[in-house]
Every structure is written in structure tokens, then in C-alpha cells.
Design a protein around this ligand. Structure first.
Ligand code: G3P
Length: 215
């Protein structure tokens, strides 16, 4: 299972990369705004900066919602760096654009996915990744992890190659549950990843080993 970090914060991307477990990065317009990255040129440069830190795929989201606009923006993003994956929203023109990019050999990430039917369409269009948002489903009392399981089952039964990228992950338990459900990728902030390190018995055990060593 791959670990992506879901942020546009370069310090956090560097920290996750230095930790040695990072396989890629996802961003979205809200995460870019959170870092104060504004204006076309600055946004494009920020994607390049991210690509220069990590080795894996870096999702960069289009803003357009019409087919021609998505295609135009997607080409501009893909030409920035070979690691760029064009992130396209789950709308009719988005699916059409994913099919277009697939035929051009450009990687895509279909975002804002909240149902198995949407995930089926993304796979049919040839998306490289599908991003179900599990935390936002949990927020409205739907089981996000159950959706991951359902999509993994459908893709396995029908042999779709689209990778299930569990997004909107809010805590370490989400990561573990997504791993159990067969997600190919989890993307989340740094904190839930670091949370996987923690166990009180590790802390107390290490404390005792060190104390005994010093006796
Ligand atoms: O990858 C999608 C993610 O950024 C959404 O997360 O926490 O805003 O629901 P969140």
C-alpha cells in the first residue's frame, strides 16, 4: 500500500519524505490556498517545487469544469513535470476528460468520489487513481471505509486497473481500516501517519530497556 501526503506544505512534504515512507503527494485548491499560494504562476511553480522534493506521483487539480477547459489545464499541468497526475473532478465533463487523458497516456486522479457508481465510471474512463473521500462521508454518518471495501471488491471482480486512493483521511485508524479494506493508496496529512508510530507499550518498553542498559 502506498502512502501519499495530502498537503501543499513543503515542510511537511520534506518531513514525510525524510521519514522514508512517502510514495507521493496529493493537493487540492483548498490546500494550496491554506499555504497562501495564489496566482497561476505561483501555483504552477509550487507544483514543480513539490515534484522536486518527492520521487512519486503528485496530483495537481484542474479548476475548469468544462471539457475543453479541463483538457487545456490538464495539458499545462502534465507538461510541468513527469510526476504530475492531473486531478479531475467527478463530473460528466471530467469523466470525458479522463478518457481523453487516458488515451494520451496522461495519468489522472478522479476526485470528489462519494459512491461506488462514481468509482465505476472513473474506472471505465481509465483513471489512474480514484479518490473516495472517506472522512467527509463519515462526517455525514455514512461509512467511508465501507465504500473503500465496496470499490475494491468491484475493481477486483472486474479487473479494473484503477488504483483506489483513500482520501479525506482524518486519523491513524482510518489508515489501518483502509489497509484492511484493500486500498492501494492512502493520502492524509502528516499527523495520522506519525500517529501510526505510537504505542504506550513501545514507550514504556524502550524506557525500561534503556534504564537496564544503564545499570
Ligand atoms: O484528498 C482530499 C482531502 O484533501 C479532503 O480532505 O479533510 O478536507 O475532507 P478533507
Amino acid at each position: 500500500m502506498k502512502f501519499f501526503i495530502d498537503t501543499a506544505n513543503l515542510d511537511q512534504i520534506r518531513e514525510a519524505n525524510d521519514f522514508g515512507i512517502l510514495d507521493g503527494v496529493t493537493t487540492n485548491p483548498s490546500l494550496m490556498a491554506k499555504e497562501g499560494i495564489k496566482g497561476h504562476d505561483k501555483v504552477m511553480q509550487h507544483y514543480v517545487d513539490i515534484c522536486n522534493i518527492v520521487d512519486g506521483d503528485v496530483s495537481a487539480e484542474v479548476i475548469a469544469t468544462d471539457f475543453e477547459g479541463i483538457v487545456r489545464e490538464g495539458h499545462a499541468l502534465a507538461e510541468l513535470h513527469p510526476q504530475i497526475v492531473v486531478k479531475v473532478p467527478m463530473i460528466k465533463d471530467g469523466i470525458k476528460a479522463i478518457r481523453y487523458f487516458t488515451e494520451k497516456g496522461i495519468k489522472t486522479n478522479c476526485t470528489l468520489v462519494f459512491s461506488a457508481g462514481q468509482a465505476l465510471l472513473a474506472a471505465k474512463a481509465g483513471a489512474t487513481y480514484v479518490s473516495p473521500f472517506i472522512g467527509r462521508l463519515d462526517d455525514i454518518s455514512f461509512d467511508g471505509v465501507e465504500l473503500i471495501q465496496q470499490i475494491v471488491n468491484i475493481y477486483t471482480i472486474h479487473g479494473f486497473e484503477t488504483e483506489v486512493l483513500a482520501a479525506s483521511i482524518r486519523n491513524s485508524m482510518h489508515i489501518i481500516k483502509c489497509a484492511e479494506a484493500g486500498a492501494d493508496v492512502v493520502t492524509c496529512p502528516l499527523e495520522p501517519i506519525l500517529g501510526l508510530l505510537k504505542h504506550p507499550l513501545t514507550d514504556s518498553g524502550l524506557e525500561k530497556f534503556l534504564a537496564d542498559h544503564n545499570k
